[in-house]
Design a protein around this ligand. Structure first.
Ligand code: 4AD
Ligand code: MG
Length: 441
């Protein structure tokens, strides 16, 4: 009987038995009459062991000359070994080579150090490395957790369009596309559309790609990123602040529960994530300004921050450094925020909005707000922002036909992954990042 096919992650179920795994040669060590090939199959790594006098000469020879990343089907006996990374080793009996990487054109990413540009140029191969694969597993877990969170709370997922006639988050970062005879844009956010579906279904969320032609070349910006956005009818600012802190805490707990070994592979300081718990500190923009000005007076911040500006990344880093969990800053000046935000009735100079800053200097992960309720004020805003009224007619209808207070937020998945994995740059959080200066591969 043929040995059963399994994955490296499942080897523990087959201790003492013969199995077949299918994957790639990750690395090969040689020590006299012993060979130690390391195989990977997407689920993990396992070290194989071949002792020259115990295997057929052609098998020993094939493995001895196997090239890195050649694809293989390996048969062998599973043996428990406490020192082995996954707890098991494979006594290799046979190897079938599916495709051999040629000797004269070897796999370009070797165990030596490569520069980031080289790795980005070979991103299609770089994703095979253990660290990158672990990051992608954590990302997948976060996406799963996010669906579970909203599903468990009675939210319905609705998918907004990607081709849109107008801006949501400001006209300066739109990607134009030709739409037959018309001008269209790639969406910056699904928000305006899920405000409509929230009026149909009560509690909704969307998850999809969003696009911003950001000229900023920072470690937090991509031109294409994935945003999850909840929108809730009859919710006000406080309600979505509560939702945001529960959401983030849920995701972190889930990753800690299910992806701890990946976090270890990535080298994350897990103790920092274990501190994440509700409630998150809430500070108003006014209080944030005071903190920043005091920081400047103490010489901890280079520039003096003046009321009225948007927080820059050093400002966000400074504020988040004072807390060991995410911090929520609410009520920014209306001027620096999007057109659709409801002004605070107690002080119309500020908007009923919130930014959630991740700890450890990861910056804004969530932006949200209560939405403008009044038809007349919204129309005036659309004019003030020089937006085409025609394109917003349908959006204005939502304030005419049973308008209700409503609110929501958006979280960029890449920012969340960067923080949870402790990465220096968002380019490692997505399989194929799109940035100001990279569209390949
Ligand atoms: O704060 P933003 O611009 O908010 C909105 O788009 C709202 N319409 C969301 C809503 O209320 N439904 O973007 C939301 C989040 C940010 O907090 C950040 O995490 C992420 O999207 N984000 C980016 N991520 C990567 N690269 C970029 N260029 C990003 N711009 C925003
Ligand atoms: Mg924002």
């Amino acid at each position: 009987m043929d040995a059963p096919v399994t994955t490296i992650a499942e080897l523990g179920k087959y201790e003492g038995q013969d199995v077949m795994i299918r994957g790639w040669l990750y690395n090969l060590r040689e020590s006299g009459k012993l060979l130690f090939p390391i195989f990977r199959d997407g689920s993990g790594l396992v070290q194989g062991v071949l002792f020259q006098k115990n295997v057929a000469p052609e098998v020993f020879d094939a493995v001895k000359h196997l090239t890195q990343e050649s694809s293989v089907k390996v048969t062998g006996k599973v043996r428990a070994d406490k020192r082995a990374p996954g707890g098991y080793e494979l006594d290799v009996a046979a190897v079938e080579i599916v495709q051999r990487v040629p000797d004269n054109d070897p796999y370009p990413i070797t165990p030596k150090e490569h520069g980031v540009d080289f790795l980005m140029e070979h991103r299609h191969l770089w994703v095979r490395s253990q660290r990158q694969a672990s990051i992608l597993r954590v990302r997948s877990e976060i996406e799963k957790a996010m669906h579970d969170f909203f599903d468990e709370r009675g939210f319905i997922r609705t998918d907004p369009p990607i081709l849109t006639p107008a801006a949501c988050e400001g006209t300066s970062t739109l990607f134009p596309v030709e739409y037959f005879e018309e001008q269209a844009y790639l969406t910056q956010s699904g928000q305006l559309y899920i405000e409509a579906t929230a009026m149909a279904l009560g509690k909704v969320y969307s998850f999809g790609p969003t696009f911003r032609a950001e000229k900023s070349k920072t470690r937090r910006h991509l031109t294409e990123f994935w945003m999850v956005e909840p929108e809730v009818a009859f919710a006000e600012l406080d309600d979505i602040m509560k939702l945001a802190e529960d959401f983030i805490t849920f995701i972190v707990m889930r990753v800690l529960a299910r992806r701890r070994s990946d976090l270890e592979t990535i080298g994350r300081d897990i103790s920092k994530l274990e501190k994440i718990d509700t409630p998150f500190p809430r500070i108003s923009y006014d209080e944030a300004v005071k903190m920043l000005q005091e920081g400047h007076a103490k010489g901890e911040l280079e520039n003096r921050f003046e009321w009225g500006g948007d927080l820059g990344s050093p400002d966000e880093t400074y504020i988040s450094s004072k807390f060991d969990r995410p911090v929520m800053i609410h009520r920014y000046p209306t001027e620096v925020k999007a057109f659709y935000m409801e002004p605070d009735p107690e002080n119309p100079k500020v908007a009923l909005c919130v930014d959630v800053l991740a700890p450890e200097g990861y910056g804004e992960v969530i932006g949200g707000s209560q939405r403008m309720g009044s038809y007349e004020k919204l129309l005036a805003r659309i004019h003030e922002h020089d937006l085409p009224e025609e394109a917003f007619k349908w959006y204005l209808d939502l304030r005419k036909f049973g308008g209700v207070p409503h609110a929501g937020f958006g979280m960029g998945i890449e920012r969340a992954v960067a923080w949870i994995c402790g990465l220096e740059h968002v380019r490692e959080t997505i399989a194929f990042p799109r940035t100001l200066n990279r569209m390949y591969p």
